[in-house]
Design a protein around this ligand. Structure first.
Ligand code: NAD
Ligand code: UDP
Length: 342
């Protein structure tokens, strides 16, 4: 079993992944500055993992941009890093590009330097389908052009390039860039889930908050897209499937020869906004009122993964569909209407 550093492990995807990695028997150090999360998520990870994992999760409050925090986090030795820490709000990235380049790109640079210093050369990086921009061909393969259309996407593309450069520069690097499509849902216990600050930018948490009565209605951004019902189509992936994809990526990197893997993590299934609304209403038994408004600038009509390379390389594919995403998302939202502050 491996010793892993998980940056950003208290966040939405990180917390679910920590649980899956603990259940697989790995020991973890989480480095998180709690900029967009709460230590409560990790307390619940510990609770769900049970007493057998009591000593296997260490939490350090610190910043990936700080070499001394990284040194502390890597002090006990490290077989591999899973690098979630970063900022992810598209609109904020347009307003504050320097902040995004600092946290996402300089943070990754600092992390790679600290890894080299301690001899760890294995990393799984949280990339994003956002770097495909407005895709010309759907489903999207990993060979599609990289054309990000906002600073957030630019920073993900830049870190992927940095990782490719370091893999070329010296032997021994084992790297997986995982391009997530739209992660949603929650742990089926309802104890872990997504807890966005303020008004959610993303569809799924917004719909959940309408269902639980925190918001009055959803705005559907565009009803005239070239899609079957006119609303936007995305590839939603259950966060537990995504967490299991990370476990598979860690296993493959540690077992195989050094390599650079770049993989889409998605289901290969597209669902429209109106389908998500209907599925959430069915799972929750609550009405989700909505109105169709203008398109959101920068949106694509459709973004769906071709997930076949991940299936081949990781021997992993998604197991959970839209109804499970809504069922588990509702279990979380209804039990924690104010998120971890409930
Ligand atoms: P999140 O905000 O819930 O988690 C990110 C975590 O990183 C948080 O716990 C935050 O406190 C921490 N963090 C932020 N800046 C930090 C810093 N400087 N030092 C240490 N910790 C820091 O986000 P998430 O949805 O779990 O996303 C995780 C990763 O996956 C991010 O890199 C994100 O860009 C990427 N990603 C997310 C999505 C998505 O839709 N959720 C899609 C594609 C890619
Ligand atoms: N969307 C919407 N209303 C919202 C948020 C999102 O209609 O309040 C739509 C959006 O236009 C897109 C889909 O839902 O078609 C998914 O958007 P999200 O922001 O969750 O993900 P992304 O656009 O990053 O794929």
């Amino acid at each position: 079993m491996a010793k892993l550093l998980i940056t950003g492990g208290a966040g939405f995807i990180g917390s679910h992944t920590c649980l899956v990695l603990l259940e697989a028997g790995h020991s973890l150090v989480v480095l998180d500055n709690f900029d967009n999360s709460s230590p409560e998520s990790l307390r619940r990870v510990q609770e769900l993992a049970g007493p057998a994992a009591a000593d296997a999760l260490k939490v350090i409050k610190g910043d990936v941009r700080s070499s001394s925090d990284l040194e502390r986090a890597l002090a006990g030795g490290c077989d591999a890093v899973v690098h979630f820490a970063g900022l992810k709000a598209v609109g904020e990235s347009v307003a504050k590009p320097l902040l995004y380049w600092d946290v996402n790109v300089s943070g990754s640079r600092e992390l790679l330097a600290a890894m080299r210093a301690c001899g760890c050369r294995t990393i799984v990086f949280s990339s994003s389908a956002t770097l495909y921009g407005l895709p010309e061909v759907v489903p999207i393969c990993e060979t599609a052009p990289i054309k990000p259309i906002n600073p957030y996407g630019q920073t993900k593309a830049a870190v992927e390039q940095m990782l490719a450069d370091i893999a070329t520069s010296e032997a021994g690097w084992r790297i997986a860039c995982l391009r997530y499509f739209n992660p949603v849902g929650a742990h089926p216990s309802g104890r872990l889930g997504e807890d966005p600050n303020g008004i959610p930018n993303n569809l799924f948490p917004f719909v959940s908050q309408v269902a639980v009565g925190r918001r009055s209605r959803l705005s559907v951004f565009g009803g005239d897209w070239p899609t079957p019902d006119g609303s936007g189509v995305r590839d939603y992936i259950h966060v537990m499937d995504l967490a299991e994809g990370h476990r598979a990526a860690v296993d493959v990197l540690l077992a195989e020869d050094p390599q650079l893997l770049t993989l889409n993590l998605g289901s290969g299934q597209g669902h429209s906004v109106l389908e998500v609304v209907a599925a959430f209403e069915a799972a929750s038994g609550q009405a989700v009122p909505y109105e169709v408004v203008a398109r959101r600038p920068g949106d694509a009509a459709s973004s769906v993964a071709d997930p076949s390379l991940a299936a081949q390389r990781l021997r992993w594919r998604t197991q959970r569909g839209l109804s499970e995403m809504c069922r588990d998302g509702w279990a979380w939202q209804s039990a924690n209407p104010q998120g971890y502050a409930s």
